[in-house]
Design a protein around this ligand. Sequence first.
Ligand code: SAH
Ligand code: SF4
Ligand code: F3S
Length: 449
Amino acid sequence: MKYHISTFGCQMNVHDSEWLARALDSRGWTAVPEDEAQVFIVNTCSVREKPEQKVYSELGRIAGRLRDIPEGFAAVGGCVAQQVGRGFFERFPFVRLVFGSDGIANAPNALERLAEGSDEKVALLDFVSLYEEREQAEGETVRIAETRQAFVNIMQGCDNFCSYCIVPYTRGRQKSRHPEAVIEECRMLVRSGVRELTLLGQNVNSFGLDKGGVGVSFADLLRSVAAIPGLDRLRFTTSHPKDIAPEVIAAFGELENLCPSLHLPLQSGSDAVLKRMKRRYTRERYLSIVEGLKQARPDIALTTDLIVGFPGETEEDFQETLRVMKQVEYESSFSFKYSDRPGVAALNMEPKVSPEEASDRLTRLQNLQNAITGNSLKKQVGNRTQVLIEGVSRRQDGGGTWWKGRDPAGRIVNLALPHEKGMTGLMVPARITEAKKHSLMGERTGEPW
Ligand code: SAH
Ligand code: SF4
Ligand code: F3S
């Protein structure tokens, strides 16, 4: 069958889609652009209202395409699938499979049965209480991305129930993977040529602290993965501040291939708001973690997530968020207007902030972030670094070919190189020559490796 996957949401969803594509390819299916597909798979996100709405408009478009493809059908996976479940079968009759993130391990077989006509409709919506290992390619057959970067799941789900968040309802309870399974997958990827790994979970710092735990902490796991020979760069996401262990902070000063960057969601700088969000840390505690990280690794680039307009957020609360932003000097941040989600505790919290006020706060916050990002990028000019090339840059002027990559902190660096192809996945020693608004320009200073 010819299939097309469209993916919304976080890196975990992106990673799930990549796994699903590999599993379908190994069954002889072929990934094709949307206008050639017979089977349409939509991997969905429910974290705010907007991404959820996108799913319905995507399905509307697919309905149009399926009119001319009698053997065709659609499958909906991920967080909206978990939330809406069989409701999709009624609203969109051409949807024949819904699967949540715990059900994804069985989605490839279900898709095969549906394509053969042996099943009519399938719902894979049960939560599991232990991490279910998914089939993996072995030995010689491992295909890696040209960029030589890879993601590895270390857990699934979340137990935190922050009062605004739907994720614990859509991804179920936290389930850590067995550390040996994680390390084995990492080893296999590095053996196959991967040089940058990102460990993934909703809350990596509480790895091992659930039923699936075997006494190996996240810091232990980090050390074991970092020690894999040939691994040039190691990252992880996402970190909940309340659970970050001193050993993880210290690791930034000890593990050479652990990249100097950390995504540490703040959400709000006001203790009153943090309390209502059920984040279980204070501004002071957050700032002391930042202090520790900067001591361990002075060049660490911090990024964050922020919500404006949480119910009851006053102008003064918002000002506190701006103050923390200035103090921490985030390299960049994702910021969102609070969005009511079904079933979460904040749904019933009052007073709601008006949409106009929330938009105004978001603009002010993003303006401040742009200024901070600009300053931070300017400080990089003159520095020497290593750029892992991810592909040809959109920018193409002057001599040579412009390539785009990232420095160890994750900043985008554009380099003009004499090579027209073959640079993706190589590390290029470079010096930063100029700062743009959201990226850096550099020049090559040594041989790519
Ligand atoms: N597990 C991650 C977050 C995953 S959701 C963590 O705890 O850091 C990604 C981001 O979406 C969150 O950090 C939060 O900033 C935002 N978010 C979640 N629910 C939201 C809501 N109801 N309205 C607006 N933003 C929300
Ligand atoms: Fe959502 Fe909080 Fe869990 Fe992150 S830690 S996924 S924000 S409940
Ligand atoms: Fe979205 Fe689900 Fe990820 S709600 S952010 S796809 S965990």
